[in-house]
Write a protein that binds this ligand. Structure first.
Ligand code: ADP
Ligand code: AMP
Length: 218
C-alpha cells in the first residue's frame, strides 16, 4: 500500500524542514510544489514563466496548471512507495483533484499533519530563512543555522534568501494562506485525517509528533 501524506500549514510553518527528515524515515518522495515552480523558473520553461508573476506577488498559481504539474510529478518512479506533499494542495479544488488522481491508482491521502504557527512567528521565520540553491534545503539564521555561513550542510551549495521572503510579499502570502488555504484545515478534519501539531516547538519535537500522528493513522 502506498502512503500519501499532506503537510499542511502556513508559509514558514516548517513543512520543508520536516519533509527533509520525514522522507528519510518514511522512505517517501518529497514533492514541494514551490520547489517545482522554482526549478521551472530557473530553467525558464513555459510553466516557470507563467508562474513567475504569481510567485513574485505572493499569489497562488492557478489551480489547473498546478494540478497538472503535480499529476505529472506523481508518475515519477520515486513515488513507488508514496509521497510527502509539501505546499500542495493549497485550495479545496486542488484537494479534490488530489483525491481524484490518487483514486485512479487505488490510493488516497492517509494523513494530514497540520503544523500550526501564529502569524508573528512566521514573519520572523521567513525573514531569517536561507535556502540552498541545489536542492531547496532550508536553514534559519538564528533557529537552524548551517555549520558554515552561507553554505548548505547537505550538499555544499550556496544559500540564498528567496525574493518572496521579503516582508511585503510575506504579508501577502500569509493573507492568501488565510483566505485560500486555511479552509483545508476543516476539509481534512471532516475527513478524519487532520493531526494538529504545535509548530512553535523545536524542530525535533515537531518531527516526533508528526511521526507518531502518521503512524497512528496507518
Ligand atoms: P515552509 O516549508 O512551511 O514554508 P520552512 O521549512 O522553510 O517552512 O521553515 C521556515 C523557516 O523556519 C526556516 O528558516 C526554518 O529553518 C525555520 N524553522 C522551521 N521549523 C522551525 C522550528 N520548529 N523552530 C524554529 N525555526 C524553524
Ligand atoms: P512555497 O515554496 O510553498 O512557499 O511556494 C512558493 C510560491 O509558489 C507560492 O507563493 C505560490 O506562488 C506558488 N505555489 C506553490 N505551491 C502552490 C500551489 N499548491 N498552488 C498555487 N501556487 C503555489
Amino acid at each position: 500500500m502506498r502512503m500519501f501524506i499532506v503537510l499542511l500549514g502556513p508559509p514558514g510553518a516548517g513543512k520543508g524542514t520536516q519533509a527533509t527528515f520525514l522522507k528519510e524515515t518514511l522512505k517517501l518522495a518529497h514533492i514541494s510544489s514551490g520547489d517545482l515552480f522554482r526549478e521551472n523558473l530557473k530553467a525558464q520553461t513555459d510553466l516557470g514563466k507563467l508562474a513567475q508573476g504569481f510567485m513574485d506577488r505572493g499569489e497562488l498559481v492557478p489551480d489547473d496548471v498546478t494540478i497538472a504539474m503535480i499529476r505529472q510529478r506523481l508518475t515519477r518512479p520515486d513515488c513507488a512507495q508514496g509521497a510527502l506533499l509539501d505546499g500542495f494542495p493549497r485550495t479545496p479544488a486542488q484537494a479534490d483533484a488530489l483525491a481524484a488522481m490518487l483514486a485512479e491508482t487505488g490510493d488516497r491521502v492517509d494523513s494530514v499533519p497540520y503544523i500550526s504557527v501564529p502569524a508573528e512567528v512566521l514573519i520572523e521565520r521567513l525573514s531569517g530563512r536561507w535556502t540552498c540553491r541545489a536542492a531547496g534545503h532550508v536553514y534559519h539564521a538564528k533557529y537552524n543555522p548551517p555549520k558554515v555561513n552561507g553554505v548548505c550542510d547537505e550538499d555544499g551549495s550556496e544559500l540564498y534568501q528567496r525574493d518572496d521572503d521579503k516582508s511585503e510579499t510575506v504579508m501577502n502570502r500569509i493573507k492568501v494562506y488565510l483566505e485560500k488555504t486555511s479552509p483545508l484545515i476543516e476539509y481534512y478534519r471532516k475527513l478524519g485525517l487532520l493531526a494538529e501539531v504545535d509548530g512553535t516547538q523545536s524542530i525535533e519535537t515537531v518531527e516526533q509528533q508528526i511521526l507518531s500522528a502518521v503512524k497512528k493513522d496507518k
